[in-house]
Design a protein around this ligand. Structure first.
Ligand SMILES: Cc1ncc(COP(=O)(O)O)c(C=O)c1O
Length: 492
């Protein structure tokens, strides 16, 4: 009787969250492997043992073990069972960040020869390792298309009308509800709907700065931000950034006591390109420091929903007490980059942002915005996120293993806890722009380090996109990149 109760309890606890039982079981073993309770070479329970222990059927236990095998965490040995695989990536050190951060503001005037390299990131005969994009096959395109049709029919003739700022109230109410998960409690009226995170960032910069001003940014940082600063006639003050913990608060405080900046832009959650996650105490400290100096803090939280494990990290905005944080994000990395649905909670600059929005893009796409709002409201977004996070976690792990296998010794690699990009430090002699060109001719796109460095540093770094499911094609592309790197090292 007790056993039956226990089995029922296990089933119930495993069924919580509607995650398939085999995945939950695989997740438990995976945790044990990551916490090193199970180490490389250790035998994992046999299928029968596992099914008995966990009170699940043999096919469910088998499916859990096969899932771990697919994730590259365990391997089957003939007639002997499953064993924890030695992970090559564990022998690779953490990638450094940008070593050449100068303590001076950088003038970005003039065309950037490096940015032009990314104008055709799509030549990916082999694999799209360049632009930070999720594979469309991982996004709920068909579901969204159905909702778009439903919304358009529901709206009738009104579907073609402008959705004037601040934008769809339905979406803003959903964002308000979600903001509890970010550690905030923002009201619907605190949001402006934007055309993606790009428009949110552009509005936030234009609201807080005028041409000629200096903006503190992490180095390395998202290359689109560097391009935007250049186009807005702004200068960049690169902040030393750790590839695990993000912007260095000591360095930032030191620099801002010396150099006047009009704003500071940070990507604290799963930074692009380093994947760094800023610890909560640093978030709190930086928000407080910047507010005390009346420096607006622009937060890009585009990857915040994409943690690989556990809870979603909080936003900088969670520590905002006086409206000095301008939170920017969108659904481009999780749902539909082409729908161009983003948002901005601009704090004290809300009124200014609304005026700017009216003179830049005037309005947002009515039907796609409402379709995304409906998807959030129905719970579809949360269900989709659960699967997507798992895909990204697996893809990042597989890519990391392949890099460790095919790249030469002495490289460094990031260990992102979320998102889907890897930051790879190559040996100092390697020129990533040359690598980019050679890889491009061979049909592999890759993002060279200098794109992400306002002062043109990071010459021996590349960022690798892990947004696509792992495949033999991907493996061949990483092997090819590894060969090109080794060729440069041999001086050919
Ligand atoms: C950090 C970061 N911010 C903003 C963007 C642009 O987002 P959106 O497509 O929503 O404009 C990207 C796109 O790669 C990004 O990586």
């Amino acid at each position: 009787m007790r056993q039956e109760c226990y089995a029922a309890f296990m089933r119930l606890s495993l069924q919580k969250d509607r995650e398939p039982i085999y995945q939950k079981l695989a997740g438990r073993l995976e945790e044990m492997i990551h916490s090193r309770s199970l180490r490389p070479g250790d035998r994992v329970p046999s299928v029968r043992q596992f099914s008995r222990q966990q009170r699940v059927s043999v096919p469910t236990a088998l499916q859990a073990l096969v899932t771990l095998e697919t994730r590259g965490l365990i391997e089957a040995r003939p007639k002997s069972g499953f064993y924890v695989r030695a992970r090559l990536v564990e022998q690779v050190r953490q990638a450094a960040s940008d070593a050449q951060v100068t303590a001076k503001a950088v003038d970005l005037a003039g065309p950037d020869p490096v940015a032009s390299l990314m104008t055709n990131p799509g030549n990916s005969v082999l694999a799209p390792l360049g632009a930070a994009l999720p594979s469309p096959e991982l996004l709920p395109g068909s579901k969204l298309a159905l909702i778009v049709g439903r919304v358009a029919r529901r709206l009738g003739p009104e579907g073609v009308c402008y959705d004037m700022p601040p934008g769809s109230e339905v979406l803003r109410r959903e964002l308000s509800r979600r903001s509890l998960e970010w550690g905030c409690s923002l009201k619907a009226e605190e949001f402006v709907v934007t055309n993606g995170c790009t428009e949110a960032m552009s509005l936030a910069l234009r609201a807080t700065c005028v041409p000629g001003d200096t903006v503190a940014v992490e180095s390395p940082t998202y290359f689109g931000l560097v391009c935007m600063l250049r186009e807005l006639g702004l200068r960049a003050l690169p902040i030393p950034t750790d590839s695990v913990r993000g912007a260095d608060p000591d360095a930032l405080e030191r620099m801002l006591r010396r150099t006047r900046v009009s704003a500071c832009v940070l990507i604290p959650n799963f930074n692009n390109p380093t994947g760094a996650l800023m610890p909560e105490e640093n978030k709190q400290r930086l928000v407080k420091f910047l507010a005390s100096r009346e420096i607006p803090l622009l937060e890009d939280d585009l990857y915040g929903d994409l943690q690989h494990r556990g809870n979603r990290p909080c936003c900088l905005k969670a520590f905002d007490r006086d409206g000095s944080v301008l939170l920017c994000s969108s659904f481009s990395k999780t749902l539909a980059p082409g729908y161009r649905v983003g948002y901005l909670a601009a704090g004290r600059w809300q009124e200014r942002v609304l005026r700017l929005k009216a003179t830049s893009s005037l309005a947002c796409p009515t039907v796609t915005t409402l379709a995304i709002a409906d998807f959030l409201k129905s719970g579809g977004y949360d269900r989709h996120l659960r699967g997507l996070r798992q895909h990204f976690r697996e893809q990042v792990a597989r890519m990391g293993e392949a890099v460790a296998e095919f790249f030469p010794e002495g490289i460094g690699l990031s260990r992102p806890q979320g998102g889907f990009v890897l930051w790879c430090e190559l040996p100092a002699e390697v020129d990533s722009i040359k690598l980019f060109k050679e890889a491009h001719s061979a049909g592999v796109s890759v993002a060279p380090g200098p794109l992400f460095s306002p002062q043109g540093g990071c010459r021996n770094f590349v960022r690798l996109n892990c947004g696509y499911p792992w495949s033999a094609k991907m493996e061949r592309s990483i092997e090819l990149l590894g060969q090109l790197v080794k060729r440069q090292l041999r001086g050919k």
